[in-house]
Design a protein around this ligand. Sequence first.
Ligand code: SAM
Length: 214
Amino acid sequence: MRLRHKPWAKDYLEEHAGIVIKEPETKSGKWSAIFGNENPVHVEVGTGKGQFVVGMALANPDINYIGIEHFDSIIVSAVEKVVDSGIPANLRLLRANGKELTDIFEKGEVARVYLNFSDPWPKSRHAKRRLTHGEFLSLYQSVMPEDGEIHFKTDNRGLFEYSLVAMSEYGMRLLDVSLDLHAEMPEDNVMTEYEEKFSAKGQPIYRLEARFMS
Ligand code: SAM
């Protein structure tokens, strides 16, 4: 994702503090109270400009969605989308790093994690930055119930292969694997910005669902 300096981003995020929750580490254990219901909470780590999380929130009003993105200059675009979509009550955004997940959520507070078109970090010395590295899987597990799920889409074959191995080494159970999601195109698929871009170029989209095992 190209980073553009947006000097107005900080003020814009302040103005939309109802959407982008400030100091999320102070909200651990309080997410049901923030949403005002006991519906499951699904989190997308690396939400980018927000197309997926906004689409999911509009399509599934009985699920609460939280999009996490670590760059101000990118998350502002997601906030604009939330505003344009009428600010769904079941959606919040966090300007945070996925590494901070265990500060933000209590064990069992997140029912599902979505990872969409995560940065591949192809050099092996950067493997720990991949959002499907064992250390990240451990963080996700720490905030989920015993049977929490990860749903992952990517255009990057190398990252997909790496993730299959990382999840299986971690002891997760694969529930579903597709090597060409768009060939079957499930009716409920909500496309991300990157998914639109890469599928328009004819690249296959890889997808998996995996569950933690107790
Ligand atoms: N998910 C979007 C999509 O599919 O269109 C964006 C994909 S983009 C390649 C990856 C995004 O993840 C970037 O916006 C990046 O800033 C964000 N990201 C990467 N690592 C992250 C982390 N550790 N915590 C939060 N965001 C992260």
